[in-house]
Design a binder for this molecule. Structure first.
Ligand SMILES: [Fe+2]
Length: 375
């Protein structure tokens, strides 16, 4: 049975007003959904003199980061981070690939930052645009046909199947009604097909991270009808209704949009910030010891950057690395969160690729260091 112990200077409930002169730190298991202790410390845990080794937080700006599929229409997205459960890549595809693609290694979650286009697949056609998710099940034959030339998408391939996580006591309508998930329409596909010309049609299949090609003497998007529960779908971020509390910073996992084994996709959407006088007005310092944290700034609902949070700033904080609010945030907490963040948590330790390391912001972890007057 879970037992709560308490010693020394504490408060009655976590994330209330911190005791004078202290900084609350959460030592948390299972991504803040499991056991947790709060430590009330005399110093911010981010007030380090230096950090050595791969535990340091890292950062990269993806907004104008080159991607191989920008110029090469046959290329795959450019991978930045990977582990056994997932890989995260960026795509800047401006011309459709001259083939259909089938990922037989896992599911694919695409979050469109900029640009719009049409998904054509076995199940029909589906328009996509900025700040929208596409979830494409393993084994689907598909093709993305961009309508725009300035495009940026985050592409996450998971080893296990992606689904909507259990909402528990929240019920069916938070953080979004399942009914807003749009699926492709077959009627348009019958007129459009894959958009490729014969006499031979190619399907590129990825299995074991190796590519093969299957060729047909007909357009493989020849489906006359379909039924079942395996299909791509789209979620618009504007349909997310974030769970909020005026009295507490709700745990990140409350914002879970999708999940696969070992991977959480949490979408932090614009919302009120905790404003009760008795509440802590910042996120507590924390060690999320079971997960690596990726945070990507997606900008405002209008697609604009936010001061100090440029669109495409991606940060990676390894599990167990202490982090938390800076001195400026402590002095001037937000009244409202005005932007979107994509937070991907991975149970396995992430490995940055050479594409990441070549472009990463030098000494980014220094930005995470607490400097300035304390409490
Ligand atoms: Fe965190």
């Amino acid at each position: 049975m879970w037992a709560k112990h308490a010693q020394g200077t504490v408060i009655r409930q976590a994330q209330g007003a911190w005791p004078q002169g202290t900084y609350e730190e959460h030592h948390a298991r299972d991504g803040f959904a499991g056991d947790c202790s709060q430590l009330y410390r005399a110093h911010p845990t981010t007030e380090w003199t230096r950090v050595e080794g791969p535990i340091r937080p890292r950062g990269i700006l993806t907004d104008d980061l080159p991607a191989e599929d920008d110029a090469d229409e046959r290329a795959q997205p450019t991978t930045l981070l990977e582990c056994a459960d997932m890989r995260l890549s960026i795509s800047r595809r401006r011309r459709p690939a001259p083939y259909l693609f089938r990922n037989a290694d896992g599911d694919t979650v695409i979050l469109v930052q900029r640009g719009s286009g049409l998904l054509v697949c076995d199940y029909g056609t589906l328009e996509y645009g900025p700040l929208e998710y596409l979830v494409i099940p393993k084994g689907t034959n598909y093709r993305l046909i961009p309508h725009t030339t300035d495009n940026l998408s985050y592409v996450v391939e998971t080893t296990a199947a992606v689904g909507v996580p259990d909402r528990g006591l929240l019920g069916h309508f938070l953080p979004f009604d399942i009914g807003v998930l749009d699926v492709p329409r077959l009627d348009a596909l019958r007129a459009h097909g894959s958009g490729l010309d014969g006499p031979e049609w190619e399907i590129v299949v990825k299995r074991g991270e190796r590519l093969s090609s299957i060729f047909h003497p007909f357009d493989p998007l020849d489906v006359e009808g379909w039924q079942g529960s395996v299909t791509p779908y789209r979620l618009r971020l504007r349909d997310i209704r974030p769970v909020t509390s005026e009295r507490m910073d709700v745990p990140p996992i409350t914002h879970a949009t999708f999940a696969a084994e070992g991977v959480w996709f949490c979408t932090m959407a614009p919302r009120i910030w905790q404003n009760d006088p008795e509440a802590a007005h910042v996120q507590p310092y924390h060690r999320n010891v079971d997960y690596d944290e990726i945070i990507i700034n997606l900008g405002s609902p209008e697609g604009d950057g936010v001061p100090g949070r440029p669109i495409g700033l991606m940060t990676v904080t390894p599990g167990g690395m202490n982090h938390g609010p800076g001195a400026a945030m402590l002095r001037h907490p937000m009244e409202r969160m005005p932007f979107y963040l994509l937070n991907i948590d991975t149970r396995q330790a992430l490995r940055p690729t050479s594409a990441f390391e070549q472009a990463e912001i030098p000494d980014f972890y220094e930005r995470q260091r607490f400097s300035g007057p304390g409490r």
